[in-house]
Design a protein around this ligand. Structure first.
Ligand code: NYM
Length: 215
């Protein structure tokens, strides 16, 4: 008997500081992929729906105080609890467009400057999670981001913190990384994003296997 293995979906990740336009661009990309008949879904981390996600949500909203290392591990656990579903979706041929992931995890905690919680420590718990096929980094200066109607009221949404986060992202660049100037028009950013996503989809069609962090 003959069996054809279904093509796997691509894992396309959006990363960036707060107010860089990730939500607009990730939603727009999913719509674009749907219009081309691609099976695609938008995922977001933290996933605030799970029990762990609710603890993270309370922390981000300032309703609870949690030890910096402990909350870092909660963000990581919130990805681990989605790992099986993620791998199942990809191997069923579904493309995942993901709004934040382990790079945000490492960049935000490392930017706090807590002794012991350096980038290597921050990356360790996410090691062996599925890795993105393409990471679209929406690059914007914290000053320009702050002008976009200002940051929200959640923890971390302060200009000083965002500057530190930008420096940490810089150190996390890897082979999947595509930096896009997010100060361009929405349409110009969309065009860049589609070009990167198309290339990622093609690499999966060409048989690129799922990769794992942080190899
Ligand atoms: N964040 C996000 C972290 O500190 N660690 C993580 O692992 C992740 C995924 O949560 N300021 C931070 C970045 C954001 C905040 O994200 C919530 P969003 O995209 O604003 O809902």
């Amino acid at each position: 008997s003959t069996s054809t293995k279904p093509l796997r979906g691509a894992f396309i990740l959006f990363e960036g500081g707060d107010r860089c336009g990730k939500t607009t661009q990730s939603e727009s990309l999913v719509k674009h992929l749907h219009s081309k008949g691609v099976d695609a879904e938008l995922w977001k981390f933290p996933d605030r729906q799970t029990a762990i996600g609710q603890m993270i949500n309370a922390y981000l909203q300032g309703k609870t105080e949690t030890d910096d290392a402990a909350v870092h591990l909660l963000f990581s656990a919130n990805r681990w609890e989605k790992r099986d579903a993620m791998l199942a979706a990809l191997s069923a041929g579904r493309t995942l467009v993901v709004d934040r992931y382990a790079y945000s995890g490492a960049a935000f905690t490392a930017a706090k400057g807590v002794p012991g919680l350096d980038l290597a420590w921050c990356k360790a718990p996410d090691s062996n999670l599925p890795a993105p096929d393409a990471t679209i980094f929406l690059s914007i200066t914290p000053e320009a981001a702050a002008k976009r109607g200002g940051y929200g009221s959640e923890r971390y949404e302060k200009e000083e913190m965002q500057k530190g986060v930008a420096r940490k992202f810089e150190q996390l660049k890897d082979a999947t990384w595509h930096s896009v100037d997010a100060s361009m028009s929405v349409e110009a950013v969309e065009a860049e994003v589609r070009r990167i996503a198309d290339a990622a989809l093609r690499s999966c069609e060409d048989g690129r296997p799922v990769q794992y962090l942080w190899l």
